[in-house]
Design a protein around this ligand. Sequence first.
Ligand SMILES: CC(C)(COP(=O)(O)OP(=O)(O)OC[C@H]1O[C@@H](n2cnc3c(N)ncnc32)[C@H](O)[C@@H]1OP(=O)(O)O)[C@@H](O)C(=O)NCCC(=O)NCCS
Length: 216
Amino acid sequence: MPDIRPYRPADRDQVARICLLTAAGGGDATGVYSDDTLMPEVFALPYVDYAPELAFVVADGERVLGYVIGVADTAAFVEWWRREWSPGFAARHPSPGAPTGRNPAFTEAELVEAGTSPERMLIDELGDYPAHLHIDLLPELQGQGFGRRLIDTLRAALAARGVPAVHLGMDAANTGARAFYDRLGFHELPSSTLRSPLLGIATDAPSAAGSTDLRS
Ligand SMILES: CC(C)(COP(=O)(O)OP(=O)(O)OC[C@H]1O[C@@H](n2cnc3c(N)ncnc32)[C@H](O)[C@@H]1OP(=O)(O)O)[C@@H](O)C(=O)NCCC(=O)NCCS
């Protein structure tokens, strides 16, 4: 039976693969970009390298089927990214290649730019919502309550570290994910836009309908 456990360094490649398999509006992004490592190098691997203690996976034996990853202090993460992640990323991806497919959320050029522009994460609401997260489950694991449990696990870990609230950015086209976040009690932040929804939730409440958040 799959279950939630803390991330281990040996999970790194599987986390990268799940990121790729869910990166096109929730679906498979394999072959969409000229290099399949681009998505995980922007949206998964820096997180598990920087804050492995805030990464949790759903695993069935050695097989990883889903994850939630996060950072407690986005501003500190941006500093680390500039110093530790950008140089290697720039060396591995000096310029955008020719994409072979299409992902409306990010062009190849935007993705390559994102790899060395962590400042994009410095949203206006960081004072109240310093943490942020990403969550991805393989299709076979979806719809069984693991997404909710993973979010609850990360919220509890953040609350235990004294972090009051967490935010996330998402692809507006990913309507399934939006329904999930709405169901868990996430709300839109002031700088959210139609094209780039930005959602937040307090860390200390269970993710039931009607859960408390910073507005209540
Ligand atoms: C979005 C995702 C994380 C949700 O995880 P999940 O395990 O499938 O969701 P759960 O089974 O925990 O569902 C929790 C609640 O959300 C609701 N929900 C989940 N997906 C939904 C959907 N597509 N439409 C409507 N409601 C949905 C469930 O009905 C459930 O409600 P309940 O607990 O009150 O019964 C997962 O489907 C996923 O990884 N999708 C692909 C990658 C992705 O889109 N990641 C997010 C990028 S921003």
